[in-house]
Ligand binder design. Structure first.
Ligand code: PHE
Ligand code: FE
Length: 290
């Protein structure tokens, strides 16, 4: 699930009849209603990513992936998945028809509930789709929810969102989410690894983010990230690299209210820029976006 700007209304194409949608925007997953083709698409995407990710993804992700393989060899039944996940970190998955309003999203996260889209893409969209579907939400996000530190970060993010709502600060939080939860990279002893759900659920970006000479890879800095615009329709021009989940958690534990005020007085940065103050891990040549 991505918190996109203007995500305040349900996508009408993917919404269930309104009678099935609860006040918190959840619906029944209705696992029995998936077709054989839906399950086959899950399996194909799962196997493709599972083959690609070892050596590219942070080890904690692969540990969490066990939950998904144990829960099903097709689209996981959220009820079964939740039994495992709840034991691990207290998180549960709730089904939603699509993007939900920001405050609803934050409230779910603050209560350790992850809203996951209940429908899966069709075969024509195996490689790219414009909105999150079940594969992105579940394969991309759930494995790290089994990691205690990342699980705490996600809840803290939700609480921070509730605090920031109405303060005109949501764009800063959205950028933080984007450059960490969705498109984050992490330094490990073995080298750079991916952990962001937008990358790990995409075959082409799993390769691009790590191996292309095009994008910048810059050390994570909270204010830098919150000031940086992002691309929603293409590979990122810049990836930000954290040192560990604990360091990300620690860097975001402070009260953001004074930072929001300060950022309001500063300019935003374009996605591809490099600043003098950046810790540049890799200076991209920009060949892809040019
Ligand atoms: N510390 C943030 C605040 O004061 C909350 C937050 C934590 C936001 C983690 C994002 C991630 O609002
Ligand atoms: Fe997402």
């Amino acid at each position: 699930m991505l918190p996109l700007p203007n995500s305040s209304s349900l996508n009408s194409e993917s919404a269930l009849p309104s009678t099935g949608v609860r006040a918190d925007f959840t619906v029944d997953q209705n696992w029995e209603s998936y077709s054989d083709e839906d399950h086959a698409i899950w399996r194909e995407l799962f196997e493709r990513q599972a083959a690609l990710l070892p050596g590219r993804v942070v080890p904690e992700f692969l540990e969490g992936l066990d939950f998904l393989s144990v829960a099903a060899d097709g689209i996981p039944d959220f009820a079964r998945l939740n039994e495992l996940l709840k034991d691990a970190t207290g998180w549960t998955i709730v089904a939603v028809p699509g993007l939900v309003p920001d405050e609803v999203f934050f409230d779910h996260l603050a209560n350790r509930r992850f809203p996951a889209t209940h429908w899966i893409r069709d075969r024509a969209q195996l490689d790219y789709l414009e909105e999150p579907d079940l594969f992105h939400d579940v394969f991309g996000h759930v494995p790290l929810l089994a990691n205690p530190v990342f699980a705490d970060y996600m809840q803290a993010y939700g609480k921070g969102g509730l605090r920031a709502s109405g303060k005109g600060a949501l764009q800063y939080l959205a950028r933080l989410y984007w450059y960490t939860v969705e498109f984050g990279l992490i330094e490990t002893r073995e080298g750079l690894r991916i952990y962001g759900a937008g990358i790990v659920s995409s075959k082409s970006e799993s390769i691009f983010a790590l191996e292309s000479p095009s994008p910048n890879r810059i050390g994570f800095d909270l204010e830098r990230v919150m000031s940086t615009l992002y691309r929603i329709d293409d590979f990122q021009e810049t990836y930000f690299v954290i040192k560990s989940f604990q360091s990300l958690f620690n860097a975001t534990a402070q009260d953001f209210a004074p930072i929001y005020k300060e950022l309001d007085r500063r300019p935003d940065f374009d996605p591809g820029v490099i600043l003098e103050s950046d810790r540049v891990i890799f200076r991209g040549n920009g060949s892809y976006h040019r």
